[in-house]
Design a protein around this ligand. Structure first.
Ligand code: HEC
Length: 240
């Protein structure tokens, strides 16, 4: 091996190459530096999203105006005659409590075909009545449920509340006018409500609404039941 001083000198790299390397290295460090900063700082801007893939698209908010349509509304109404799946209600007796009698539409006085007034059916109605109706109308239907008593005591007991605040008492379902209403009309009241009483169509399925109506009729009958009838119920009748 030759001594060091006898080796040919290593040529120095050209100055321009050195400068280019330094600059390139500096630039190469920029992206990781930016990434590191982005990761450690919070920003209100959406993040950089180079490949869009239709991820974000223009859209309209509810109630916005949209000049694309003649009526200027972004929200489009249903095409006329549209019926959502499972929402076609053609059975007037079942859905509205209405029947055609002698050519005229009247309240039904029977439960719709397919439903049967059995003891289980009325008990179901009693259970639903006690959940949905009794808080206002009372467990006996006298219009004296706990909500009524509480509201009335607030109105009575407060000198300020009674001015301009009206509490409408839930009806006593044993009043003659309600004894005269047929089961179809009671059903319609449960479904749609009546004046200040809200309807229960959204909460109570249609069969249960009929069961409650049947129970209301039973509740009304219970006030005036003849002793002979009680015996008939206690010992099942041979006929029918
Ligand atoms: C939040 C309290 C409340 C509940 C719950 C309630 N009602 Fe009522 N109901 C009322 C009030 C109040 C009225 C009287 C409305 C009026 O006269 O403005 C009324 C009226 C009625 C009437 C008489 C309607 C008419 O034609 O005059 C019937 C029948 C009736 N309710 C049945 C029911 C049945 C059945 C339920 C259970 C599904 C029920 N209500 C649940 C408060 C209630």
């Amino acid at each position: 091996m030759l001594p060091k001083f006898m080796l040919p000198p290593i040529p120095k790299p050209p100055r321009i190459l050195v400068i280019a390397t330094v600059i390139a290295t500096t630039f190469a460090l920029l992206p990781p530096a930016i990434a590191a900063r982005m990761r450690s700082e919070k920003s209100r801007e959406p993040r950089i999203h180079l490949i869009q893939n239709m991820d974000n698209q223009a859209r309209w908010k509810t109630q916005q105006a949209n000049p694309l349509f003649a009526d200027g509304r972004a929200m489009r109404p249903n095409v006329e005659g549209t019926v959502a799946r499972g929402e076609l209600r053609t059975n007037d007796h079942l859905e509205r409590g209405r029947v055609i009698k002698d050519g005229a539409e009247v309240w039904a006085d029977t439960v719709p075909s397919g439903l049967e007034v059995t003891e289980d059916f009325v008990r179901r109605g009693q259970e639903r009545f006690n959940i949905y109706c009794a808080p206002c109308h009372g467990w006996s239907g006298l219009g004296d449920g706990p909500i009524h008593r509480r509201a009335q005591s607030l109105v009575d007991g407060s000198p300020t509340l009674s001015y301009g605040t009206v509490w409408v008492q839930p009806k006593n379902l044993h009043e003659q006018i309600y004894l005269d209403q047929s089961i179809g009309q009671i059903y319609a009241t449960i479904t749609l409500g009546a004046r200040s009483m809200a309807g229960y169509k959204a909460q109570i399925p249609v069969e249960d609404r009929w069961a409650i109506a049947a129970y209301v009729k039973a509740l009304q009958a219970s006030e005036t039941v003849a002793e002979t009838m009680i015996e008939t119920v206690a010992a099942p009748a041979e006929e029918d």
